[in-house]
Design a protein around this ligand. Structure first.
Ligand code: ZN
Length: 243
């Protein structure tokens, strides 16, 4: 079984379209949250995601915020402005799709969550935060998004040693028996690891591999759309640098 891994699409239809082309042929999809927020095409991204085959989708903080189910005070002013705009763009039908999304799901031998465990919207940015998640998980694989940084952490149960590995240029993880992993396939629609290319993953449950791929797309097309609808300049500019 192969799963296409997508996370943090953030209303970036050009990045999502290029990513889905890259993932063509996978058996099923896992969406790790934040379909909307920041980008100019939130509704179209919801529509495109929901039609993917055998999709398991969980909610991110921006999805919850667009539903009015998340404290906007935890967002910076630019993110807040984008969320207010996003809310006004979603149809009743698209909102109804987001509304029942859960914060975690169990898929094969993996658990998926937007941010971390036990705090579902916590950020895993270093090995200490990764250990908090390892301590809370009973599975050997946890797939996360939220930081928009493609990377993975590995740990042997019982040990406090945790390895952090960047997937800035993509890469392949051979999942070793006896180790457990937290993998972030990176952001489709707003990478923040210094590589502006969209990021996605493929988890192969039989080969026990997890590949992360970086996919270039027409950033300037998205930026022009963002300008036209009046989204903040800082959100437009960051797509150029992947920061
Ligand atoms: Zn996000």
């Amino acid at each position: 079984m192969t799963y296409g891994l997508i996370s943090d699409i953030h209303g970036n239809l050009e990045a999502l379209t290029a990513t889905l082309a890259e993932l063509a042929g996978v058996d099923a999809f896992l969406c790790l949250g934040d379909i909307v927020g920041y980008g100019p095409d939130p509704g179209a991204c919801v529509d495109l995601i929901r039609e993917q085959p055998r999709l398991t989708c969980i909610a991110g903080n921006h999805d919850l915020a667009a539903l009015g189910h998340y404290d906007l005070n935890s967002f910076n002013p630019y993110a807040r402005k984008a969320i207010e705009w996003t809310k006004s763009q979603l149809s009743a039908d698209q909102t109804a799709y987001l509304a029942p999304l859960q914060e975690t799901a169990q898929v094969d031998d993996a658990i998926i969550v937007h941010g971390s465990l036990p705090g579902h919207m916590d950020y895993i940015t270093n090995t200490d935060r990764a250990m908090d998640c390892f301590d809370a998980m009973s599975e050997s694989l946890c797939l996360v998004g939220h930081t928009h940084v493609a990377e993975y952490y590995s740990n042997r149960p019982g040990s406090r040693v945790c390895e952090q590995v960047s997937l800035l240029r993509g890469g392949e993880i051979l999942l070793e028996p006896g180790l457990r992993y937290i993998v972030n396939p990176g952001a489709v629609g707003q990478p923040r690891d210094g590589n502006p290319a969209a990021s996605c993953g493929i988890y192969d449950t039989e080969a026990r591999t997890l590949k992360v791929r970086r996919v270039s797309y027409e950033v300037s097309v998205v930026q022009e759309k963002m300008r036209r609808v009046g989204l903040p300049d800082s959100l437009i500019d960051r797509l150029t640098f992947g920061r």
